[in-house]
Ligand binder design. Sequence first.
Ligand code: FEO
Length: 163
Amino acid sequence: MIGKPMEQALNKHLKEEMYSFYLYLAMSAYLEGLNFKGMAAWMRVQAQEEYAHAMKFFDFLHARGGTVTLLALDQPQSEWASVLAAFKAAHGHERGITKKIHALADKATTEKDHATANFLQWFVKEQVEEEATVETIVKRLGAVGDSPGALYYLDHDLGKRGK
Ligand code: FEO
């Protein structure tokens, strides 16, 4: 049975993952509006991954005899200054999520909650990949600059995700 403070912390993080879903869906809508359909599709797949992350917390809480409490989500931003700014914001967001996962892992260790510490290890590893993937896109966008041909190619390439 999970302890109350950890239950509360995991519910709070479940919300963070749902907010990530919401944020990336907002970025997908923004990119769709600019007609970067490949990037919009990439963000939509990313949003779906975040939903799956949230559901891992949902299932884990139940498996440990805890209670799931769905907290209110903030309204995400709907516009960014550029495509590059949106992906930079996504990278910054992932770095923030990594910090939150690490803080949760520290809490689980302090509380000698081995099951939660073990559960969180999957996320520690996942965050390394999440940060690296978005960072690569930020670098590619930075290199492309305003070149329409290169941007079109990158859009097409990112659109292959999930196909
Ligand atoms: Fe679920 Fe992208 O962190």
